[in-house]
Design a protein around this ligand. Structure first.
Ligand code: ZN
Length: 273
């Protein structure tokens, strides 16, 4: 259990450890008269047991709402499980730009507030890792539930599908405008020096972009070779994900007019303009 200034926040692990999820997805139960669950894990059967014991521990027999940070499987996959237990709970998330599958999410907009136990939780649109990504800001506690925008360990993948590096950096900078005491991430431990952490995240991406530009100037033009060079000390198993993030950097640079791309035998080759 995690201490909180004015209420109880219980972390329930999604029981889905893995390469992209670390120890598993964090879901957070905000206990009280109007209980709220943030994210639902991947839909692993063991999660239901963990969820039920957290309810029992908090003496809860109802759930007001589920707030989903984004539509990736490891955050939204447990929605049906929760619905079976609490059919009346509202399930809310930001609508996707493209049509959402018919799963009856109640849409949430940027800036919209959800009340829980007399406290406001503000939805903050933070695209970049996913185009439907919301962080949830518990204003009175100055706690931010960051989904996959910020992780407790490592950095987040910016996928080509639904991701956007420029939007991601803008979302990180948006966090600097908030007065945050603690960040409760979608994966990994709580972050208690949020400003430093967010600034380090921004610097990390800026450095990565500089590395990519340096490689381009040395004549390295394709993503797999760049990843081999930049991620030499990272296990091979993670290189596929790293390729996504590097390509997202290159797409950003291409949109900014800094690099050009040409296709050769199905391979994208980049060069500095
Ligand atoms: Zn995600």
């Amino acid at each position: 259990m995690i201490g909180s200034a004015t209420k109880k926040i219980v972390r329930i692990l999604g029981c889905n450890p893995g390469l992209t999820t670390g120890p598993g997805t964090n879901t957070y139960l905000l206990a009280g008269d109007v209980p709220i669950l943030i994210d639902t894990g991947a839909g692993v059967p063991a999660y239901e047991t963990a969820f039920r014991s957290a309810l029992a521990e908090c003496g809860l027999n109802r759930l007001e709402a589920v707030l989903v940070t984004h539509g990736h499987r490891d955050h939204v996959g447990g929605v049906d499980q929760i619905r079976r237990i609490f059919p009346e709970a509202r399930v809310r998330k930001m609508s996707r730009p493209a049509a959402e599958p018919l799963r009856a999410f109640e849409p949430l907009r940027d800036g919209e507030k959800v009340m829980a136990n007399g406290l406001a939780i503000r939805a903050i649109f933070t695209p970049g890792h996913a185009n439907d990504h919301l962080c949830y800001y518990l204003e009175d506690d100055r706690v931010l539930f960051s989904g996959d925008l910020i992780l407790g360990t490592g950095t987040t993948v910016i996928p080509v599908d639904g991701g956007d590096m420029a939007a991601y950096l803008a979302s990180l900078r948006r966090l600097l405008e908030l007065d945050i005491r603690e960040i409760y991430p979608g994966h990994g431990p709580v972050i208690d020096r949020p400003r430093e952490y967010v600034l380090a995240y921004i610097r990390h991406r800026e450095r990565r972009e500089e590395q990519i530009l340096a490689l381009l100037r040395q004549g390295v033009r394709d993503v797999p070779t760049m990843v081999k060079r930049i991620y030499a000390d990272v296990p091979q198993a993670a290189h596929g994900l790293a390729q996504q993030s590097v390509l997202s950097h290159l797409i950003k640079l291409e949109r900014e007019g800094v690099v050009t791309r040409e296709e050769e035998a199905g391979v994208s080759l980049f060069r500095v303009r």
